[in-house]
Ligand binder design. Structure first.
Ligand SMILES: N[C@@H](CCC(=O)N[C@@H](CS)C(=O)NCC(=O)O)C(=O)O
Length: 329
């Protein structure tokens, strides 16, 4: 827990302090885009052409934002083209580290650093920033391309199609407005809503997001009664952005973040849908419940001072979705 200030690591609480006790997420600072030919994207500078073997993702298997990027890497068959390093699930005084004693951790195989902050410093020695995952790293220029997951998934969705030949499109032109509308509801109400509830420091700061989390889940349950997926009859980015929070909900957010009005398994359609997302080929391999529970319950002493990992609910991820076969993107 901490941040870089002018290149120096300062420790502090995981949730930034605010005067009203509410949790406020910092904006991501690296916003360049990989494009097919290296032309600049919607933000940042150009020079990041899609090439096999050039880019690297630093992720935590616990983190729902980093998880999005792993999902798109799998769906878009980018595994042979974009390498990945996995940090240790415990985020303590040093922030994310490359300790390798936990299963599936890798160390930093590109730069050989011990702490993720050193990756940020390799790009910008005087950086003032939070040190977050995911980080999309360019091995050719030794620069960070992006640390904003919502933009990284858009790059992975299309920039490498010429490299992989995989043209599945999870952000199709015809559905963009609808996808954006769903994202605008699901991001604040669910993805970030659980954090706003969990990291609230006053009852009032908790009450509002906690209610919004369940209003959003109710809204999703209702929507899934009318269309198979959140933005219509095909799987889109909107579903995958929701998925990473849904996968973690009953194990962690329900208890650790006090989002306990209902569980996902209590919502018939949402639970059916969540299992379908989980069972989509390539996805289960990106979900690591050991990293998830170890990270959350052990990294937030303000919320769980004993660091005890609760026994957890029994969840059967294997039953197939009622109502038909899976639709391709
Ligand atoms: N906007 C970022 C948020 C990423 C983020 O907050 N990641 C968390 C892990 S789940 C993190 O690395 N936190 C480190 C910290 O708060 O110091 C994104 O979506 O990429």
């Amino acid at each position: 827990m901490g941040r870089l200030v002018n290149g120096v690591w300062e420790t502090g609480p995981v949730a930034p302090k605010s005067t009203d006790g509410s949790f406020q997420r910092a904006d991501s600072a690296w916003r360049n885009w990989i494009t097919p030919d290296g032309a600049p994207g919607p933000t940042g500078r150009g020079g990041f052409a899609a090439e096999s073997g050039r880019y690297h993702l630093y992720v935590s298997l616990a983190c729902p934002w980093a998880h999005r990027t792993l999902i798109f890497r799998a769906l878009k068959e980018l595994t042979p083209h974009i390498s990945v390093d996995v940090v240790d699930p415990l985020m303590g005084e040093d922030g994310w580290t490359f300790a390798t004693d936990f299963p599936r951790t890798t160390g930093d195989t590109v730069l050989g650093t011990a702490f993720l902050r050193e990756v940020y410093l390799a790009d910008e020695p005087e950086a003032t920033t939070k040190v977050t995952v995911p980080v999309l790293w360019d091995k050719a220029t030794s620069r960070i391309v992006s640390n904003e997951s919502s933009e990284i998934v858009r790059m992975l969705n299309s920039a490498f199609d010429g490299v992989t030949g995989n043209t599945l499109d999870f952000h199709p032109e015809a559905l963009r407005d609808e996808i954006d509308r769903v994202n605008e509801r699901v991001y604040p109400g669910l993805n970030n809503g659980v954090y706003r509830a969990g990291f609230a420091r006053t009852q009032a700061a908790y009450d509002i997001p906690a209610r919004e989390v369940f209003e959003t889940l109710d809204w999703m349950e209702d929507r899934l009664g009318r269309s198979r997926y959140l933005a219509g009859d095909r799987l889109t980015e909107a579903d995958w952005r929701a998925a990473t929070t849904l996968f973690r909900f009953d194990l962690v957010y329900n208890t650790h973040f006090k989002c306990n009005r209902r569980r996902i398994i209590d919502y018939p359609r949402l639970w059916d849908y969540t299992r379908e997302l989980y069972q989509t080929p390539g996805i289960a391999e990106t979900v690591d419940f050991e990293h998830i529970v170890n990270h959350y319950y052990r990294s937030h002493p303000e919320i769980n001072p004993t660091r005890i990992i609760p026994i957890g609910p029994v969840i059967d991820w294997t039953e197939t979705r009622r109502g038909g076969t899976r639709a391709a993107a």
